[in-house]
Write a protein that binds this ligand. Structure first.
Ligand SMILES: Nc1ncnc2c1ncn2[C@@H]1O[C@H](COP(=O)(O)OP(=O)(O)OP(=O)(O)O)[C@@H](O)[C@H]1O
Ligand SMILES: [Mg+2]
Length: 375
């Protein structure tokens, strides 16, 4: 039973290449925390530091209330499942799962009872006598998870454990991992992925990491919060653009005036739009801003209505349960709108796009979000 605390953690490889900058985080007992972010942002590095597979350049790492900076992986009470899990090919499933306990000197009875219990939980009893080569990808992945579970650790660490599986197996294993975490309610889990859906559905807490120059400017952590917090109240343009699929639409504009119930902006083509956000004493008339709106908050409407943009339909994707239309407004940025499956919109149509003020996000010239008035 253990939480994980990072305090001002930095990591540079070779003393120069700064990968992790100033990460402070608390992952509570029993919490499911997901590290997400673009490729190369340091997710695996951060996880490997918790596991003890990578040194921390500076800062403190606690598991429970014990500082573990200098402890070997085996002394940290953690178990890790990798993307490329390697099972021992010459051992059957029972031996693969029990191997770590055997090394640690447990007696046969204890090993058997724990391995049996894990087999029950993962529903792999019929496979116990098979060698890895006789298992499917998903079954192997389950054995790899079993190997981690059997040690009954305080902290589970997963590095993209499902990325080798096909889409339907991924969905199935995702649900299983969520269930397992509930059964093991006392253990904390840190799970690395760059799959949006995994992050949104599994996490109690998402840690979104920056990449590139943003790390040097702001530190590695872009935002920490529950999935819906990050979705509804992204702190900046990077978070807004990363969380959610399709990506949030962005429209460049400048501030026309500030009203009590929102900020009125004007596009380069003099279209006037209102966003229900507070100017927060930061904005003044003429400031450059970016208006953000998700595709599900857009509608096609009568052009006489307020808060609309004229657009031309460039592409239509009919997915069966819904339709995405790709629209070109007068300015450069393309806008994606989610429509009902019954929509009859087609390529080359001229349409009028209604933007709900209550659902708008607004970002200042630095890319920082203004407080929304409606959430
Ligand atoms: N041993 C190493 N020596 C030098 N640089 C490294 C080393 N390992 C990783 N890096 C660099 O650190 C950065 C973060 O790598 P990391 O593997 O943590 O990224 P990631 O977020 O897990 O990416 P991905 O989603 O592609 O797995 C990358 O720029 C990578 O090139
Ligand atoms: Mg990685």
């Amino acid at each position: 039973m253990a939480g994980v605390t990072l305090k001002n953690v930095f990591k540079s490889y070779d003393g120069t290449n700064l990968v992790i900058k100033d990460v402070s985080l608390e992952i509570a007992n029993g919490e499911f925390c997901v590290f997400v972010g673009p490729s190369g942002c340091g997710k695996s590095t951060l996880l490997r530091m918790v596991a003890g597979l990578e040194d921390i350049s500076s800062g403190d790492l606690f598991i429970g209330d014990k500082q573990v900076n200098k402890l070997a992986p085996s002394e940290r009470n953690v178990a890790m499942v990798f993307q490329n899990y390697a099972l021992y090919p010459h051992m059957d499933v029972t031996e693969n799962i029990g191997f770590g306990m055997r090394l640690a000197g447990y007696d046969k009875e204890t090993i058997k009872s724990r391995v049996d219990r894990i087999a029950d939980i993962l529903q792999i009893q019929p496979l116990m006598q098979r060698k890895p080569r006789a298992l499917s990808g998903g079954q192997r992945q389950r054995v790899a998870i079993g190997r981690a579970l059997v040690r009954d650790p305080g902290v589970f660490l997963f590095d993209e454990p499902l990325s080798n599986l096909d889409a339907s197996l991924r969905t199935q294993m995702r649900v299983e991992i969520a269930k397992l975490h509930r059964q093991y309610g006392k253990a904390s889990t840190i799970y690395v992925t760059h799959d949006q859906v995994e992050a949104m559905t599994l996490a109690d807490k998402i840690v979104l990491l920056h990449t590139g120059a943003d790390v040097l400017r702001y530190g590695s952590v872009a935002q920490v919060g529950s999935p819906l917090e990050l979705y509804a109240r992204p702190r900046n343009l990077f978070v807004a653009g990363f969380i959610g699929s399709p990506k949030m639409n962005f429209i460049k504009a400048s501030v026309l005036r500030i009203e009590n119930d929102g900020v009125v902006v004007e596009t380069p083509h003099k279209r006037v739009l209102k966003a229900a956000v507070s100017a927060d004493k930061r904005l003044k008339t003429g400031d450059e801003v970016t208006l953000g709106i998700r595709s599900e908050h857009l509608e096609l409407a009568d052009s006489a209505k307020e808060n609309t943009l004229p657009c031309r339909v460039q592409w239509v994707e009919r997915l069966g349960d819904m339709t995405y239309a790709y629209l070109q407004p007068e300015q450069e940025e393309q806008v994606i709108v989610r429509l009902s499956s019954k929509s009859t919109v087609s390529i080359e149509d001229n349409v009028s796009l209604y933007i709900q003020p209550q659902e708008c996000h607004l970002f200042d010239a630095e890319g920082m979000a203004l407080p929304r008035l409606t959430v």
